[in-house]
Each structure stands twice: as C-alpha cells, then as structure tokens.
Design a protein around this ligand. Structure first.
Ligand code: 3PG
Length: 397
C-alpha cells in the first residue's frame, strides 16, 4: 500500500518512521543525506493536510536517554529543509510527546526524541516491544513506513506498529526497493559489485549470494587481507579474520568454477600503524612487510578496479576501499567513486549503498547526482541483496 491508499489525510495524525540516523560531530551533522532523503515524503503528507509525527532513532543508545544521542540537532536541519518550523518533543511517548502531537495543526510537523531511549523499541521480547508500539500507535491515526535504513530491523516502530494502525509504504522505501529490485531481477550485464569494509564475517552471506548474480566481485577495505591470505600472501599487521579463511578459500574456488571474476588488489598502501602521519608506501601484494599494515588499495589496483567498472551496465558499491578519512589512504575509494561516475555517464545503473559509503563519496567531493542512486540503507540494502526478508517491508503486506 502506498500513501494514497490511506485515503483523505486532512487533519489526520500520521506517525511517520524515518531514518534520521546521521553522523554527528558534537551537535553538527556531518552528512545530512538521510535528512534530505526524508523530506519528500514529509512534504507529501503536509501538502495533504496531515499532522505529521516523525519518529526516528540515532545511534545505538541502550534503552535510556543519553544526551549524545539526542535527535535535537536534526530538528533545525529538518526545519530548514522543509522551510517550516518543526516542533520537538523531549520523549517519544508520554506527556511531552502527547502535548506536542496535540498542538499540531493541519500541515504541521513534529519530531519526537530518539525512539531507542525506550527499551521497548529494540527489545527482543515480543510483548515488551508490542507494548511500546501500542504507545506509539496511540499517538496517531495511521502509520507510514519511510525509514529504508531500518526496514531490516524487527523493531517496535518499524514492525509492530504497522500491525496496530492502518499502514502504508512511503515513497523513499518504494524508490529504494524499486532500484534494488533492478539489481536482483535480471540486472543488465556486465554487473559488478564492489564490496569494502572491515569485517569479512559481516559480508559473507552477501558475498555468497552475489556470486549467483554478479559477473565481477571487486574486494576492497580491510576484508582484502583475508582474501590475500587465502591466496597465499603474507599480510603483515593488516586486518585479518583467520576464522573466515577457509570459507573465503571456498568462495575463491567456487568463483573459478562458476566463472565469477573475483578481483583483488595487486598493490596496497601500507603504513606502520593506523595513522596518517607515520609515513606510508605502496607495495605489491606479495611484498607486504611484516611490520606494516595495509590501509588502502594501491594505484595499480585503483586502475585495475576502474577498468573493471567503467564498461559495466550495472554496479553496486558498498564500503570504502581504504581508511579514506585519512588523506594518504583515500585514493582507492576516490578512484572507485570516479569509476562509478564514468559508468553512470556511460549509461550504467550505479548504486551506492550504505550511510558510510554515501558519506564517503560526499566527503570526497562527489555530488549525489553523479550516481544512479545513493541508497540510505547500509545493512538494509545488503540484506535485500542477500535475498533476506525484510521485516519492515513484509509487515506492510
Ligand atoms: C543504519 O545506520 O544502517 C540504520 O540507521 C540502522 O541503524 P542500526 O544498524 O543501528 O539498526
């Protein structure tokens, strides 16, 4: 169901789940992509005359208030982007929330404090979660699910509340699903997937699944070293997940059998420690010194990766190639971003998945419009590609 299926929303209180989980430096938002992405649905609702009650989480507080996880810094950015005053309630439920919700006129917007300040939101206990969801449901007439980044979470504001109120999918979730579907259902070929990030264990399921659909799998980030070790290289002090070595060897063998090309770096940028100012050098992957750690793919690898991407018709990218936050280790991520831009210009569908990857490309000076789609979901988009059922989407029927 979409918002139009909810009927006339004039004067109705709409509980809107958005994903406003933005990176903060103190109270400064360092990447407002998710706030911007939440705006069209809010505006669709305000134009329809609804009273919009936005609920969201920030970070992972432990079920009680913690000042550093307050959503307050988001209120002013949201007000600016909407061009209207957004009211803020200091709790998600209880008197403060009720008062703010009751004060809304048609077309007004309120943001309630971090959902995860309440243990019920993320509880594994169905009854506890349900009780909190009921409190949320009591605030509104209908529910709209638009927080794509959290649809893989079975949480009160994502899942349970949808069973308690007439519910619909917001335009952002719809748009994200439409794009990801194009990657899973007969993608145009060649189809390459670039996977970075630190933990192989987190990406294993998605790697296994992607080997069934993608033609090329380009590996970057800290994960690289478990792959290099599996290929027989010494990796010095680099990140290594010993426990996954056998599984990774299995994937490499399977890829050879099925004709999927796994692309690994041929050179890496190493440094004595995880720091920008301790000196760095480029070495071949078979010459990583024992006292150094790899922190980015090297220039030859960057060229190789670009050549594997620019002729593609479909590209999905999740996870930076190196420690891009530090200048000496940013070139690999930049080169991959640039290759995606070129692929986009050549007519490919390019998708950047994940809050971190999205923040990385913006921080490196790229604009959203240079890519086919920048997903607001990290874990959510990977789980979609893994072929998992996403509770927040399933529940909407
Ligand atoms: C994200 O940042 O991927 C989403 O906001 C979900 O957050 P979570 O991983 O803390 O549930």
């Amino acid at each position: 169901k979409s918002i139009s299926d909810l009927g006339d929303l004039r004067g109705k209180k709409v509980l809107l789940r958005s994903d406003l989980n933005v990176p903060l430096d103190g109270s400064r938002i360092t990447d407002d992509g998710r706030v911007r992405a939440s705006v069209p649905t809010i505006q669709e609702l305000t134009k329809a005359g609804a009273r919009v009650v936005v609920v969201a989480h920030l970070g992972r507080p432990k079920g009680e208030p913690e000042a550093k996880y307050s959503l307050e810094p988001v209120v002013s950015r949201l007000s600016e982007l909407l061009g209207q005053d957004v009211k803020f309630a200091s709790d998600t439920v209880g008197d403060s929330a009720r008062e703010v919700v009751e004060s809304l006129g048609n077309g007004d917007v309120a943001l309630l404090e971090n959902l995860r300040f309440n243990a019920g939101e993320t509880s594994k206990d169905d009854a506890e979660r349900r009780e909190f969801a009921q409190q949320l449901a009591d605030l509104a007439d209908v529910f709209v699910s638009d927080g794509f980044g959290v649809v893989h979470r079975k949480q009160a504001s994502v899942y349970d509340v949808a069973e308690l109120l007439p519910s619909a999918m917001g335009g952002l979730v719809q748009a994200e699903v439409d794009v990801l579907q194009r990657l899973t259902d007969e993608p145009q070929r060649p189809y390459a997937v670039v996977l970075g990030g630190a933990k192989v264990a987190d990406k294993l399921a998605v790697i296994e699944n992607l080997m069934k659909t993608a033609d090329r799998l380009l590996i970057g980030g800290g994960m690289v070293f478990t792959f290099l070790k599996a290929e027989g290289h010494e990796v010095g002090k680099s990140l290594l997940d010993d426990e996954q070595l056998e599984t990774v060897k299995g994937y490499i063998a399977k890829a050879k059998e099925t004709g999927v090309e796994i692309v690994l770096p041929v050179d890496v940028v190493v440094a004595p420690e995880f720091a920008a100012d301790k000196g760095s050098e480029v070495v071949a992957v078979d010459a990583i010194p024992a006292d150094q750690m790899g922190l980015d793919i090297g220039p030859e690898s960057a060229k190789l990766y670009a050549s594997k991407l620019t002729d593609c018709k479909t590209v999905f990218w999740n996870g930076p190639m190196g420690a891009f936050e530090m200048e000496p280790f940013a070139a690999g991520t930049k080169a991959v971003a640039q290759a995606l831009v070129e692929a986009t210009e050549n007519g490919a569908l390019t998708v950047v998945g994940g809050g971190d990857s999205a923040a990385a490309v913006r921080q490196l000076g790229f604009a959203d419009e240079q890519f086919g789609h920048i997903s607001t979901g990290g874990g959510a988009s990977l789980e979609y590609l893994e072929g998992k059922n996403l509770p927040g989407i399933e529940v909407l029927g």
